[in-house]
Design a protein around this ligand. Structure first.
Ligand SMILES: OC[C@H]1O[C@](O)(CO)[C@@H](O)[C@@H]1O
Length: 354
């Protein structure tokens, strides 16, 4: 639905909303903790109903997508009118033709089970990305910071309320950098942001690990100066994540699946993301006990791997219409061996009919 030129800006709004939500929740917890009696946690929990209510209201006003109108009706008047409405122009014929061609292709494969369909050789690049991207997003180690930041800050010697406040500050940094990503993802491109963010996260993780290893030892705390240096480096790391893997970890999967595997592809991405969020949250404390400062080198190692992976295997998707995305795989040095010229005949037939 988003115009290709602004797809990065609009889709990155998803992670931005997650950030705003998490930050608001932290601030609410910070405030409700001070309520006397046993009401604090109840108020905090009940307030989760407010965004849910807004979402429900919003869903009532959501327009249909041109794609779903094409798939559900035999004539395409409604889809054309909707496309004209969302694009703000009457000149939508070329895009409509591409959407119809994609829909015809998806119908050809619709009788197959979705899992069987995405396992086909020609969808291998999309399947690899559907699994690798959310996995990598989680092994940046972001949730170690997101979940345990106050504990981490206390460990290095900041006081209780300074630790809570520092977590709020990093929340602000993450949300603001994701906002920056909304502004620049369609100009700089996804790959450049992955590279910048990756380098930023790697350098800050190595420095934090180094300071913790040398200055903290197994017990005790670091001096105030070093504690604040760690705080600044965590800010640098969170900003790196905030404009790269945070939003792009959702954006890229949302733009690479052709219609016939879009639902299954997106479901795999979200499931992999939640599974690894859970695993990291459950294993972090025992990993910290075993690895100690080495935990930062552990996640830093993954950041190195994922940055290399993006450099070698992820094609640039900036401004490419989703219906034409198969071309980027066909031109990619590695994936071109796998992706055949899908839909070429159907697309040409429709072009010639008009
Ligand atoms: O959305 C991807 C990830 O980004 C965070 O919200 C942190 O900003 C994580 O909690 C989540 O796993």
């Amino acid at each position: 639905m988003a115009p290709p030129k602004y797809r990065g800006a609009i889709n990155n709004g998803f992670q931005f909303s997650i950030g705003v939500g998490a930050l608001s929740a932290n601030l609410i917890n910070f405030g409700t903790e001070k309520i006397k009696g046993e009401w604090g946690w109840r108020v905090s929990l009940a307030m989760a109903a407010i965004p849910a209510f807004i979402l429900t209201l919003g869903a009532l006003c959501l327009p249909e997508t041109p794609n779903s109108l094409i798939q559900r009706y035999d004539t395409h008047h409604k889809a054309k009118a909707m496309l004209q409405r969302v694009r703000g122009t009457a000149q939508v014929d070329t895009e409509l033709e591409d959407l119809i061609a994609a829909s015809i292709l998806s119908k050809i494969t619709q009788h197959q089970r979705p899992f069987k369909c995405i396992l086909k050789r020609k969808y291998r690049p999309q399947l690899v990305m559907a699994i690798a991207i959310p996995f990598f997003q989680q092994v940046t180690g972001i949730n170690v910071i997101a979940f345990y930041a106050p504990l981490l800050f206390r460990t290095i010697g900041l006081g209780e309320s300074a630790s809570l406040m520092s977590a709020v500050v990093t929340g602000f940094i993450g949300t603001s950098s994701t906002f920056v990503s909304m502004l620049i993802a369609d100009k700089l491109g996804r790959r450049t942001l992955f590279m910048i963010g990756g380098a930023q996260m790697l350098i800050s993780q190595v420095m934090i690990g180094g300071i913790m290893a040398v200055k903290l030892g197994d017990h005790g705390s670091v001096s105030k100066g070093y504690a604040y240096m760690v705080l600044v480096l965590i800010g640098v790391y969170v900003a790196g994540f905030g404009w790269s893997w945070g939003p792009l970890g959702w954006l890229v999967p949302s733009e690479i699946f052709p219609l016939e595997i879009r639902s299954i592809g997106q479901s795999i991405t979200v499931a992999v993301s939640f599974v690894f969020t859970f695993i990291i949250a459950q294993t972090f404390l025992s990993m910290l006990c075993h690895f100690k400062a080495g935990i930062f080198f552990f996640f830093g190692g993954w950041v190195l791997v994922m940055t290399g992976f993006v450099y070698l295997f992820l094609p640039e998707t900036k401004s490419v219409p989703i219906e034409k995305m198969d071309q980027v795989w066909r031109q990619h040095w590695f994936w071109k061996k796998l992706s055949r010229k899908r839909g070429w005949t159907v697309w040409m037939t429709i072009r010639m009919m008009n």
